[in-house]
Design a protein around this ligand. Sequence first.
Ligand code: CU
Length: 194
Amino acid sequence: MRKTAAFGLALSVAILGFPAPAFAHGQLAYSVPANQTTVSTTPREIALYFTEAPAQSATFTVTSPDGQQLLSGWSHGQPSPLPTPAQELNLVDGKWEPVFYRTGFPALLTVTHWPVQGLYTVSYQSVASDGDKVQGTIRFDYQGPMTTAPPAPAASSPHASSSSFPWWFVGVAAILLIGALACFAPRHRRKKAD
Ligand SMILES: [Cu+2]
């Protein structure tokens, strides 16, 4: 009897102290490539599907078997149906009720290149909308062709920089500045004349 009580206490401490992933929200439900699989193609990106859209502040890494960082950026993708519903638990009137999520909200991670074959590690770190920690790691075995790194974004490549830099913003800022100067300058002069 005492043993059972002790076990029950230990169990509740374990549950309270170390919440299982199912107790947390906004978790990873699915990925392409999937965890613990072998990849023989050359994906341009890795898709991580969460049960809610990952926070803008989420961070990701893609690490090659030899430790190279290969993430060049990420974006939110189109929500799409999960192949199998993901279960999370919601506390309803003091009871944990299972909730099934059928839609995945992806983070699309762009990979610079695939320098070697072997075990790649993808990690994610975010915070769910209710404050739950969202973090974990997936691994897959890349057996596709090795690809080379794209040319480094050099300063001698004005084309690349002009396409991403919002020059229109500079134009708008300049117009606003000129407008502001035009408004303030005469008043200042008049005051001085007085
Ligand atoms: Cu939660």
